[in-house]
Design a protein around this ligand. Structure first.
Ligand SMILES: [Fe+2]
Length: 261
């Protein structure tokens, strides 16, 4: 039984992150196979061209399966019949948490981008970054992650499916103060955090690790632009020194779909 207590709600609202145990061991292995099978089904040109599956960068020690899913029918996305039970429940649970925090119910057809990421051995660090749908001017270098325009989800969750126990994995970095928070998430635990208040990074890993990241780009995200404009406020970041404004889900969906045209 997955819970989200008032203490979690207060932590996520005030501190900007909270940690939860969400999966039993049996569900962990089921979820890994569900993600692998979903990727096998949808990792092809048709779905890549539709902007649903994201081409994965080949890397000997890192494998990523990135695609959009929804809990209930969304005609743009993979069939919900192909999404396994554990993944569907977990996505629905993420919807429930975000509904609690924002006070606005997340529709079950909302698109979530999942990133099923396998680190297969010793790997180099992933530099601090905001998760987002980068719409224009994206530059990704080893130590630099810049964009001209983006949709930034309010919240990102990271679930550990393999290799907890060494406090490796995602580290949150406070955008304004630079303070780092190592969440030390164990297998079966997730951390959900405010993606405007915190960037995140993955340190150099020693042991293999599997993480499942989840975020929604079209549920009340922030729109990021480079130049100041009415209604936008500074993001406060040194690298991405632009401005953000919360926007509605309809506007966000249009921006996503325009990108794929
Ligand atoms: Fe990330």
């Amino acid at each position: 039984m997955r819970t989200f207590t008032n203490r979690n709600l207060i932590e996520l609202t005030n501190k900007g992150y909270t940690k939860l145990r969400v999966l039993e061991d049996k569900e962990v292995s089921e979820l890994i196979s569900e993600c692998e099978s979903l990727h096998t089904t949808y990792n092809n040109d048709e779905w890549i061209n539709r902007g649903v599956t994201y081409p994965s960068k080949g890397h000997a020690k890192k494998k990523s399966a990135i695609l959009m899913i929804s809990v209930d029918e969304n005609k743009e996305l993979p069939s919900t019949n192909d999404i396994g039970n554990v993944l569907r429940d977990y996505t629905s649970y993420n919807n429930d948490i975000i509904s609690r925090v924002t006070g606005i119910k997340v529709p079950q057809s909302t698109r979530h981008m999942i990133n099923f990421r396998q680190y297969l051995g010793k790997t180099e660090p992933v530099f601090e970054h905001f998760d987002g749908e980068y719409l224009k001017g994206f530059i990704d270098r080893k130590d630099y992650h810049f964009f001209d325009e983006a949709l930034l989800p309010r919240f990102v969750s990271l679930l550990t499916l393999k290799g907890g126990g060494r406090c490796e994995g995602a580290v949150l970095v406070n955008v304004v103060s630079g303070e780092e928070v190592n969440t030390c998430v164990e297998v079966g635990e997730m951390v959900i955090f405010n993606n405007i208040k915190f960037k995140h990074q993955v340190p150099k890993l020693i042991e293999p690790r599997i993480l499942l990241g989840m975020r929604t780009f079209d549920y009340l995200p922030y729109h990021y632009i480079l130049e100041p404009k009415d209604g936008y406020v500074s993001l406060g970041d040194k690298i991405n020194y632009g401005y953000v404004k919360p926007i509605g889900s309809g506007e966000a969906t249009k921006l996503i779909l325009n990108k794929t045209k």
